[in-house]
Every structure is written in structure tokens, then in C-alpha cells.
Design a protein around this ligand. Sequence first.
Ligand code: APR
Length: 250
Amino acid sequence: MVEFQGQRLRDASHVVVFTGAGVSAESGIPTFRDALTGLWERFDPAVLATADAFRKDPALVWGWYEWRRSKVLAAKPNSAHLAIAELARLVTRLTVITQNVDDLHERAGCHGVIHLHGSLHSPRCFACARPFEGATDQLNDHEDGRRIEPPRCRHCNGKVRPGVVWFGESLPEHAWREALAAVRDCDLLLSVGTSGLVQPAAEIPRIAREHGAVVVHVNLQRESVHGEREFSLIGKAAEILPRLLTQANK
Ligand code: APR
């Protein structure tokens, strides 16, 4: 079994890095489905991350997202985020597509990040959908599970919701279109720290492979691979990405 070598990143004309919660795990941000530390432990996102839950109990849902936002504000980009930003400066063309709603790729120095599931930093009115520019609740003493009344929209007085894609909602049309164009064009795709369970984002590695790209999975566990042009690198993103960067720099 040939191991993937980072030098191949240098030869690629367009690299796509597709990330999930696993790339932010070593920044201390819980993933969704890791049994011990996952966000599912305390609350079930499949229940809370829905418009219905927000209608029924806006303070609980807003409070849960404010808790998640407080963890993001307290976190720092880890060496996986930093290695991806460095790679973007090294290879001919690199596009980052993320399922994460944190801004750690941007804080590591990446530009033009495509957020398929929105962002914790773009709240908007639940009623009129206008972006909410006001200041939100002080987060310093926020703990998991505290209810917080969401702020109100200046234009229509509707409740403000998190700017993330909830279960049952469609992805931002522009982001999905932009992501598909990059995935179909790339000749190498790194899929980093995703369980591949949530559609349609989970289709991305298959679409890349079907368009002739080399696909490299980086995950704690082995990923099933198809043929000679797909690889599964097992380990922590914060260790593997810097190693790939070192190899690409050779
Ligand atoms: N390095 C690499 N991979 C890791 C690490 C790490 N340090 N820690 C965890 N992982 C892997 C896990 O093995 C798992 O496969 O990251 C993946 C995290 O999976 P999920 O928690 O399901 O997160 P994600 O794939 O991003 O979920 C997709 O589901 O809940 C929705 O909208 C939410 O965007 C999210 C989507």
C-alpha cells in the first residue's frame, strides 16, 4: 500500500481542503459525534439544531449556540489550521471548504473560506432574515446549557437566530455552488476530520474522485478508499497536516 506523500501537493494545480469538526478538535472545540467530548453529550444537536427547537424554546437554542461561540472565542487555531494556511501560500491554488461554523481557518490566515453550514459569527433575524449587527450577550461567564433570550432585530423586532444551517434547512445556494465548482476543478482533495454523515457535504470526496482528483482522508480512524488514487491517513489532523506541509516543502 503506497503511502501518500506531501510532495504531491506541490505538483497539484488546484488543491481543495474539505474540513469537518475534527480539524478544530485540538483547539478544544468539541466535535459532534465523538462520544466522550462531543456536543451530543450534553445536548442532542439533531434536536437543538433545528428551526422547530428555536420556535419552541429560543432561549435554550440561543444559549447553546452562545456557549459554542464562547468556546470558539476562547479557542486558537491549531497546527492543522496553520498548516492549511501555509499550504495555501505554497501551492498553485488552494480552496478551503468547511462544514465548521467556527472562524479558525480565517484566524489562521486562510482567505475565501467556503462555509457550507454557515457561521456562528453571522446571526440574522429569524423573521426577516436581515443580518444582526448588534452586540450580543457578554460571553465571558457563559456555561453550557444556560438559557439566554435572543436579541431582537432592529428592523422588525423578530428574534435573532444563529447564522448556521440547521437540520432540515438547505445549504446557502452560493456556497454550495462555489464548493461544487472547486471540487470538480481540483486535482487533489484533502478531506480532514469529518465523519461524512451529513448530506450533501458528505458527497464532496466522491465528487472529487469522480472528476479525477486524488483524494486523501485525514481522520483518527481508517476511511474506506477506492483504487490507487485515494488514501487514508490515520491520526490527528494537528500532526498529519504539518507533516504533509513539511513534505511539500522539500
Ligand atoms: N484529527 C482528525 N480527525 C478527527 C480528530 C482529530 N484530532 N478528532 C476527531 N476527528 C474525526 C472523528 O473521527 C470524526 O470522523 O472528525 C470527525 C468529526 O465528525 P463529526 O463530529 O460528525 O463532525 P462533522 O463531520 O464535521 O459533522 C458534519 O454534522 O452535526 C452536523 O452541521 C454539523 O457540520 C456538522 C456536520
